[in-house]
Design a protein around this ligand. Sequence first.
Ligand code: TRP
Length: 441
Amino acid sequence: MKSLRVLTGITTTGTPHLGNYVGAIRPAVTASLNAGTESFYFLADYHALIKCDEPARIQRSTLEIAASWLAAGLDPARVFFYRQSDIPEIPELTWLLACVTGKGLLNRAHAYKASVDKNTAAGNEPDADVTAGLFMYPVLMAADILMFKSHRIPVGRDQIQHIEMARDMAQSFNHLYGEHFVLPEAAIEASVATLPGLDGRKMSKSYDNAIPLFAPREQLRKLIAGIVTDSRAPGEPKDVEGSALFQIYQAFASTEETDALRQAYADGIGWGDAKKALFERIDHEIAPMRERYETLMADPAGMETILLAGAAKARELATPFMAELRAAVGLRGLGTQRASAGAGAVSATPSPAGMGALPTFKQYREKDDQFYFKLVDAKGQLLLQSTGFASPRDAGQAIARLQGEAAAALADLAGQVVPAPQVSPATIDDALKALQRAAAG
Ligand code: TRP
């Protein structure tokens, strides 16, 4: 059974706050425990460069966000957890996608249009202060998503358009070069509340109303004491409606606890007592994580090791897939030229139904820590088996050669790939050529 792939990125420009925890981190950690789901969570530090030109802040934020997710219970052994900039295939794919993306599509991106509108309103050049990076933001994001054939992308509403653009790019590419990409869908968690901040507006770094997720205990107490309330005195009944304090409490408490606070509001609880209850409730949930967070923050080199291991794991998928994509668009070794399109017979476009009947390369890693692949036909019959490669990139390159050159590469790769018993080179050649045709669209 194929598992559902869920992927999301976190831009590394800030320090996680309670709103990020309730809205993104906590539901993601819970979802990552589902059987039948493969989760991909990554630190979108290339995206951070678009918004932030302070190197120290990007580095600091990368550490803080990574430590926050792990402290909140994400298990890097169970999920793919990596830093975007450790995956060179991402910018490489960004370029391939840029070449199938209409400039007009990007002109319509909300974030870009907002900048243009603002400039126009101010009487400036439409593109004043707009970088090419901002303009290309949706392409980089599509590369993040499409690289891992992700099905579901949990994001905030402001990101829906980006997912739709990623779909468009996947479709354009598939149309031109064959069915390589999975079409992703945005997943908007309706049940996850947006948390109000200290001033009652949505909690956000840009409003300066956020409570850092791992603020030390005493600072947490002080910040909570600063949440806006009305001026009703103890003993006067209070409204839960529109009370930021109540909403934050609700995001952390059980239904019974929430009902009890609602009753206390009606009974005229004093704001000081309500704030104390909120502080205790949050601190109860956060304290054990805060301890883990502080341990992780004190060991940046350890975090680096975790992230590099995560990148190696992600690249086991990205490297061979990128090799496939390069071959598909014609970035191929010159050892063997393919028959030109004019040669006739092989130019038929495979139907999507026909695609299902293709042979496939399967990559895996063995206990000896080497990287292997095999070629199996549509029925799962083994055709070709590799010996061990030192890195996924080496294995990916061998696959790319086989895909690009078919049987001609077999001789050169003798010693690295072995035909299965009873399988003739001609059968392998047919299988590789079928893949070539599919890749050529
Ligand atoms: N743009 C996203 C945000 O600002 C972050 C992000 C980058 C992302 N790449 C992604 C989210 C891929 C989902 C999938 O929130």
